[in-house]
Design a protein around this ligand. Structure first.
Ligand SMILES: Cc1cc2nc3c(=O)[nH]c(=O)nc-3n(C[C@H](O)[C@H](O)[C@H](O)COP(=O)(O)OP(=O)(O)OC[C@H]3O[C@@H](n4cnc5c(N)ncnc54)[C@H](O)[C@@H]3O)c2cc1C
Length: 387
């Protein structure tokens, strides 16, 4: 009988990683570098990353460097020396000079598809199966049997769920989990960078934030949101976006003027995953599947990259898979919890409030905004914390 194009290697020594996003690719690369047999399966029919751009904070860029991709990433990204927080008129509330922070590493901003291409090229297409979905999974003491939607089966010493915030593997292991952060939404889109905008700018309105991130090639990654959903009523998305951000000043008019009915607007919803365990005996969750976090500190992708490196390290030093998984979770929990709770804290500042509250908020941000942001990012950038 002819093997289906998605027929999967059925060696019980292999690791199966489900999901070729940032976490799955990072782990695959780290394990391949150890000479391990890895199969990476994704339900998408082929490569293609969702999203527009991504800020890789110092810890994310450092993880890429540890994966051997430091120079390639730097060459394909905009280096981010500082970030500006502004009010809705475009008046600066504070700036944070990232390069003045010792040990923080280099912050980079790049197109999402570039990051995926970098990771995929390093992994090599022969290790990836696109269009592959699990329909059943049975865990035995020494391996895991996986049944695929094309009728084939495979056995693996370890199965890793890197299948994102709506993880199917998580549901199989632990049941349904609430992930949504209700009340906040928005859009992401690509524009051309207005002349004079040289570094990321976060424009804080009342219940709505406009994020502008210069990308390589004169592109601009725009995040219109988080916005309080109370503001997002009536009309088509483009109308809503123009209405909510229509009174923003600074670079906003030059960006909004580029929007048309043909501009792809990527709907954005926000999520948070907090579950008591990430693992069973021979299955483990990584990245958003285990601990999705809102993007206010740009830590989701960073944590996904780090997960891959740290899990690979535990598997390299501990041959007993359940023990290696326990070691991984024990090491990662405190750091991931810190990233998650600091990101959540900043998320709720995006709710609609009185104009008086916004004035007070802006006064506080002018005085201590930079130090508050540094205090949230600082522990996550510390080198020893991510090892
Ligand atoms: C608006 C927004 C902005 C963000 N900005 C940043 C930022 O600037 N910096 C940052 O570090 N992070 C950011 N993040 C977070 C970051 O995008 C995520 O944390 C990161 O993509 C998680 O990677 P992952 O590999 O765990 O999951 P994903 O990237 O979601 O990848 C999951 C993969 O699994 C596949 N899959 C899903 N289900 C199945 C299945 N059943 N079978 C097989 N395959 C499956 C999917 O096709 C996908 O390829 C942002 C998030 C949002 C929402």
């Amino acid at each position: 009988m002819a093997r289906s194009p998605n027929a999967l290697n059925s060696s019980s020594s292999s690791t199966l990683i489900v999901g070729a996003g940032i976490a799955g690719l990072s782990l695959t690369l780290a394990l391949l570098r150890q000479g391990r047999s890895v199969l990476l399966a994704d339900r998408r029919p082929g490569a293609g990353a969702e999203g527009v751009g991504i800020l890789l904070t110092g810890n994310a860029a450092q993880a890429l460097a540890e994966l051997g991709l430091g120079a390639a990433a730097a060459a394909a990204a905009e280096r981010v020396a500082a970030v500006d927080y502004c009010d809705r008129d475009g008046q600066r509330l504070f700036e944070l000079d990232l390069e003045a922070r010792p040990g923080w590493g280099t912050f980079l901003c790049m197109h999402r598809h570039t990051l995926q291409q970098l990771l995929l090229a390093a992994v090599g297409t022969e290790h990836v199966r696109w269009g592959a979905k699990i329909v059943d999974l049975e865990e035995a003491p020494d391996d895991v049997m996986v049944r695929w939607d094309d009728g084939t089966t495979s056995r693996h010493a370890l199965v890793v769920g890197a299948d994102g915030v709506h993880s199917d593997l998580r549901r199989r292991l632990f049941g349904e989990v609430k992930t949504g952060l209700p009340g906040l939404a928005g859009w992401r889109f690509l524009a051309r960078c207005p002349a004079g905008l040289q570094r990321p700018q976060y424009m804080l309105g009342n219940g709505c934030t406009l994020l502008l991130h210069p990308l390589p090639g004169g592109d601009l990654y725009c995040g219109a949101g988080p916005a309080d959903t109370a503001l997002l009523v009536g009309g088509e998305p483009l109308e809503q976006l123009r209405r909510v951000f229509g009174d923003f000043g600074g670079f906003a008019p030059a960006v909004l003027a580029q929007l048309s009915a043909d501009t792809p607007l990527l709907d954005t919803t926000y999520h948070c995953v907090q579950i008591p365990s990430w693992r069973s005996r021979r299955c483990v969750l990584v990245g958003d599947a285990a601990h999705a976090c809102p993007p206010t500190l740009s830590q989701g992708g960073a944590m996904a990259l780090e997960d891959g490196l740290v899990l690979a390290r535990h598997l390299a030093t501990e041959p007993h898979v359940p023990t290696a998984l326990a070691g991984f979770e024990e090491q990662r929990r405190p750091r991931v919890s810190q990233a998650l709770s600091a990101s959540l804290d900043r998320m709720f500042a995006n709710r609609l409030a009185s104009e008086h509250f916004i004035e007070v908020r802006n006064t506080i941000l002018r005085a201590v905004g930079a130090e508050q942001l540094a205090a949230a990012w600082g522990p996550l950038m510390a080198d020893e914390a991510r090892r």
